[in-house]
Design a protein around this ligand. Structure first.
Ligand code: 3H9
Length: 694
């Protein structure tokens, strides 16, 4: 069946697009639209045209999957031009999410109406693209350059009400009456005829707008190419004629589309959708209803998780053995709510309702009715086991018992209960209410239902749930060990903390490893290392971090760690004391310090990560290499435009990665740099990690 069909309703032709799930503008849709517009243009009985979509949404954009392949005509800009050229008024009738190329189709129409629940936007920037089918030239003409820039640079959609205020749409109608309202509206415009945006001029703009915008986004968009190109296109819309602007837009769009940045961002988009598909968990796996969540431990993490649950509509019992700690936790939650209200993120009513759903207790007897318990106490196996024994005795049958451990063996914890099938790891990242990642750690006995329910929970908490296997540190923190190890070795070999951090920041990491360590607290990793019995017997291993902790330098919270934080500042300042400590240690260990180029810093840290990622795949701890990418881009500040460590390796080429790892093995020893068998195997076959996923 064709994805585009025509129905005639008393002089109005309704062109319907039916391309589930999101009516993306795949080649057959573009072809169908072209054919349909031509057909109704030639039909004298048709006086006006409506473009409508069946299913859950208006067109949600170009078909992103096509961008990795050679383009096949008709091209979208030509389709939009054809629509606008119609002599009969064309009305876009939008519901759901009218995004990207979908909104460009609507801008090619002469009029636009939308259902009240619709949202409209240009999310291309999130994919390293710019609106490439005239959006950068039509939107500023319709709503002004400033608002157009805001929509295209933020990538955030606007709701129907805002769209009406902006003049982006002409009318809002009831959700269940869209098609009829659009037909009536189209009929009412027959006398007026087409109104073409290409014939408009951009309303006057502040001459400094573009420079101010560039300066305003510089830090946030560092290293990204598409934001600057969006600004350039909108600037051109105020300087040159429509056709010239369109041509420039096309050239810049193609440059973006063909860039590794867009490739990485598109990979991240699809990886985030793939991660929710867990091989042995089907759509028919039962999901337990969760209404009440108990959170154990009222520290920063517990309070953050509680706030996240409360703002997602759950009732929360917050439990802590220590009454003062409990009060502090409740205060933290109230402050988080107040901050949310102050920033306009939540309403006063939602805050009041959320606080109403919170109860606090020091008594395990009060949490027996919880459907889900999330333990967020100290990262210590003995403490965790005690907690789970208590939970086993007080919690109702069928309750999910989750540990927020970031490293420990979930099976060992589960096995102190009589219900290991109900035990799972839910590894939140700090700050828990902000970080999007939730590592869902399945134990050997965890039931499919508990995993499916945890995935549903992640969605309701507005997080990305990544299901991983059980091993020390799971995926994220296990890989972090290799990354951190190289950082520590580089310090001893001659690189200053700030040089390492600068190199990694410039490469795209949100922060360098030393600044991250200070932020998270160097004592956290120290305590974990103290408990481990399987660490390498190498005096260099995390030596500097250990010494700093032993001197009471825990990081930001103690005003000094790898860096100095004077007078409560959060800005890391290099500390000569730390540098001399590092120099002394190098000498003690007989390491000759040398200048280390940023390139070596980057390669050792990132190839260390990639190698551990490959081992994680070999061990079956992650189901797909793209799951690892989701974890690192959403939990560890890995640059999204590089797709994630495994995708980055694919773009470098696995033979080159393998050769480099072998070079490091020869230079720095096999203990840490023996190439993983999977890396060698894929490199030998000239394959990618993405081939392993298939
Ligand atoms: C563009 O338009 C460029 C133009 O300016 C210029 C061109 C010349 N293409 O997210 P979901 C799939 S760039 C292909 O889970 P939701 C998705 O992979 C584009 N596939 O649903 C998933 O597949 P699967 C600008 C797409 O309800 C399924 O649909 N537009 C596309 O949570 C369901 O997706 C965008 O960037 C696509 N465009 O959210 C919008 N979109 O089931 C991107 C989705 O196999 N899309 N799929 O895993 C979205 O933001 C969300 O999908 C949307 C629905 C909000 C629409």
């Amino acid at each position: 069946m064709s994805q585009v069909s025509i129905e005639r309703r008393d002089g109005v032709a309704v062109i319907s697009i039916n391309n589930p799930p999101v009516n993306a503008l795949s080649q057959p849709v573009r072809e169908g639209l072209t054919r349909s517009i031509d057909e109704v243009a030639a039909d004298d009985d048709v006086k006006a045209i409506v473009i409508f979509c069946t299913g859950r949404t208006f067109i949600a954009g170009a078909d992103i999957r096509e961008f990795g392949r050679p383009p096949v005509p008709p091209y979208l800009p030509d389709v939009v031009t054809l629509i606008e050229a119609s002599d009969k008024p064309v009305v876009a009738a939008m519901h759901g999410t009218a995004l990207g190329g979908g909104l460009e189709v609507a801008l090619g129409c002469h009029y636009r109406i939308a259902a009240g629940s619709a949202s409209l936007g240009f999310p291309e920037v999130n994919l390293g693209l710019l609106p490439g089918a005239s959006g950068t030239q039509r939107l500023p003409r319709l709503i002004g350059a400033e608002r157009a820039l805001d929509m295209m640079l933020s990538g955030k959609p606007v709701n129907a009400g805002t769209a009406l205020d902006y003049g982006l749409i002409d009318k809002i109608c009831e959700d269940n009456n869209l098609q009829d309202a659009a037909i009536e509206f189209a009929r009412s415009q027959v006398a007026n005829g087409p109104r073409r945006i290409r014939e408009m001029t951009v309303p006057d703009v502040d001459p400094d707008l573009f420079e101010k915008t560039r300066a305003g986004i510089a830090r946030k968009t560092r290293g990204l190419m598409s934001p600057e190109k969006i600004i350039r296109c909108v600037e051109l819309s105020t300087q040159v004629g429509f056709d010239e602007g369109l041509k420039a837009e096309r050239d810049l769009f193609v440059e973006c589309k063909d860039s590794p940045q867009s490739d990485g961002l598109r990979h991240a988009f699809f990886a985030e959708r793939a991660v929710s598909k867990v091989p042995d968990i089907g759509k028919d796996t039962a999901v337990t209803a969760i209404n009440t969540v108990a959170i154990l431990g009222a520290g920063t993490m517990g309070a953050g998780i509680a706030y996240n649950c409360l703002t997602s509509g759950y009732a929360v019992h917050l439990l802590d053995n220590n009454a003062e700690g409990l009060e502090r936790g409740a205060t933290t939650i109230r402050k988080l709510f107040e901050g949310g209200v102050a920033r306009g993120k939540i309403s006063e009513e939602k805050m009041a309702a959320g606080i109403e759903r919170l109860s606090t207790t020091t008594d395990y007897g009060d949490i027996g009715d919880a459907d889900l318990v999330i333990e967020a106490v100290f990262e210590n196996m003995t403490v965790k086991k005690e907690v789970f024994e208590k939970l086993d005795s007080v919690c109702k049958a069928g309750a999910i018992l989750a540990t927020n451990t970031s490293t420990l063996d979930v099976d060992e914890i589960a096995n102190v209960t009589k219900r290991p099938q109900d035990v799972i790891g839910l590894h939140f990242f700090s700050p828990a209410h902000i970080m999007r990642l939730l590592e869902i750690v399945r134990g050997a006995a965890t039931s499919a239902e508990v995993i499916a329910t945890s995935l549903a929970l992640a969605k309701r908490l507005r997080k990305i749930g990544a299901v991983v296997g059980n091993c020390f540190g799971f995926v994220g923190n296990r890989m972090l060990y290799s990354y951190g190890r190289e950082n520590q070795f580089l310090l001893l070999e001659g690189a200053a903390p700030e040089h390492i951090d600068q190199a990694m920041f410039d490469w795209g990491m949100a922060m360098g490893p030393n600044a991250v360590g200070d932020l998270a607290g160097l004592d956290v990793g120290y305590k974990v290392r103290q408990e481990r019995t399987d660490l390498p017997d190498d005096p260099r291993f995390y030596r500097i971090a250990d010494l700093l902790v032993e001197q009471g330098r825990f990081g930001q919270k103690t005003g000094k760690g790898m860096y100095l934080y004077s007078d409560g500042s959060r800005n890391p300042a290099p500390d000569p004391e730390v540098q001399s400590l590092i120099n002394n240690e190098s000498e003690k260990l007989g390491i000759t310090r040398r200048d280390i180029e940023p390139q070596e810093i980057i390669e050792r840290c990132i190839y260390g990560l990639i190698s551990e990622g490959a081992r994680i795949l070999e061990d079956g701890i992650a189901a797909r290499s793209s799951d690892i990418d989701v974890i690192w881009t959403n939990g560890y500040g890995f640059p999204r435009h590089r797709g994630g460590p495994m995708h980055f390796a694919d773009t470098v080429g696995l033979t080159a990665v393998y050769d480099k790892v072998c070079e490091f093995r020869d230079r720095f020893g096999a203990e840490f740099w023996e190439p993983p068998a999977l890396l060698k195997d894929l490199a030998d076959k000239n394959q990618r990690f993405s081939d392993f996923d298939k």
